[in-house]
Design a protein around this ligand. Structure first.
Ligand SMILES: Nc1nc2c(ncn2[C@@H]2O[C@H](COP(=O)(O)OP(=O)(O)OP(=O)(O)O)[C@@H](O)[C@H]2O)c(=O)[nH]1
Ligand SMILES: [Zn+2]
Length: 306
């Protein structure tokens, strides 16, 4: 049978067939991806073949189909190992807040660079709109302008009050969307507002523990009532930017990418080179200083997680 992986614990995978049934499956044999050593070979969003074990409700995954794209998380140790979080995404949404807690611009830019590197369209969802003062709303519209100009759609919502949730739902229709965000930005509240029957989740989790499966999920997919699905990544703070060479980094900033062929040197690092079109654009205000700071920070390998 063919199915879609909707949940993964690293040893168990939940696979959904086109008729909507879900089966718990294990993996048999080895699945290797060229050039990438991963701790989990199959991830949420993967299309697989599986066979049910005789007289059992559980199955064995026998084939993994090619991925359109995938996102990974670096392992904590220094080995080259990575964990695949999700595969075959149509878009990635980062939930952010301007206050309580404030999502830093460095964090946002890092997320956007990662999405560019994986070739996944990214959007920003500003939550807790109900908390904004008049000045706050002005700052918000400035932020939105910066990112929208770069081609990243921005939405302002209140999960608490339900503001602009129907418009957001429209954008999710028939797409597979990854939701990401710092702890406390209201990602869970937002998902509850989008998926009215999310209470199902807690039930499923306890069912899994009854079977003695360990229930630390990397990611989980939920179907939207009107078509499409969203992928939640509980406990994952940041997507890993691995495999980006320093020389490639500017390519993942759209405002730099469009100027790269105007630099005097074709191996320009855009740091202090004469005739650098990027530096020139920063100086005359065509590139946002905060974006350039993020470039330098990622270039120098600094952690911008705060
Ligand atoms: N005022 C306001 N508060 C909100 C809104 N959305 C969420 N909150 C509050 O923000 C806090 C964090 O919300 P959660 O939904 O738990 O946030 P989360 O991002 O899932 O965070 P973790 O559960 O830590 O991963 C809670 O106290 C929510 O009630 C909103 O739109 N407006
Ligand atoms: Zn340059």
């Amino acid at each position: 049978m063919q199915g879609l992986v909707t949940k993964s614990t690293g040893s168990w995978y939940q696979v959904q067939t086109p008729d909507g049934r879900r089966y718990d499956c294990r993996i048999k044999g080895k699945f290797r991806i060229k050039g990438l050593t991963t701790t989990n070979p199959v991830a949420v969003g993967d299309k697989v073949d599986f066979e049910l074990e005789p007289e059992q409700e559980q199955g064995v995954i026998t084939k993994l189909y090619d991925r359109r794209n995938y996102i990974i998380r670096k392992s904590i140790n220094l080995s080259k190992q990575a964990q695949i979080i999700a595969a075959n995404l149509d878009q990635a949404y980062l939930v952010v807040t301007l206050a309580s807690p404030r999502t830093s611009l460095g964090f946002i830019d890092r997320f956007l660079v990662t999405a560019e590197a994986y070739d996944i369209p990214a959007s920003l969802v500003y939550n807790k709109l109900d908390m904004f003062s008049k000045e706050g709303l002005e700052i918000l519209s400035e932020y939105k302008m910066v990112y929208e100009k770069l081609g990243y759609p921005c939405y302002e919502v209140s999960a608490l009050k339900g503001t602009n949730i129907p418009a957001l739902k429209d954008k999710l229709k028939d797409k597979i969307t990854l939701f990401s965000g710092h702890s406390g930005v209201g990602k869970s509240s937002l998902m509850n507002a989008i998926l009215p029957d999310l209470d199902l989740r807690t039930m499923e989790v306890s069912e899994w523990s009854d079977k003695g499966m360990h229930t630390t999920t990397f990611a989980e997919m939920y179907d939207l009532p009107g078509g499409g699905s969203i992928i939640d990544t509980p406990g994952i703070r940041e997507l890993g930017v691995i495999d980006i060479e320093q020389q490639e980094l500017s390519y993942f900033f759209p405002e730099m990418r469009s100027r790269l062929n105007q630099c005097r040197f074709n191996n320009c690092r855009h740091i202090n080179e004469p005739g650098c079109a990027v530096l020139e654009a920063v100086e005359n205000g065509d590139i946002e200083p905060s974006r350039y700071e993020s470039y330098l920070s990622i270039y120098n390998g600094n952690d911008t997680r705060s």
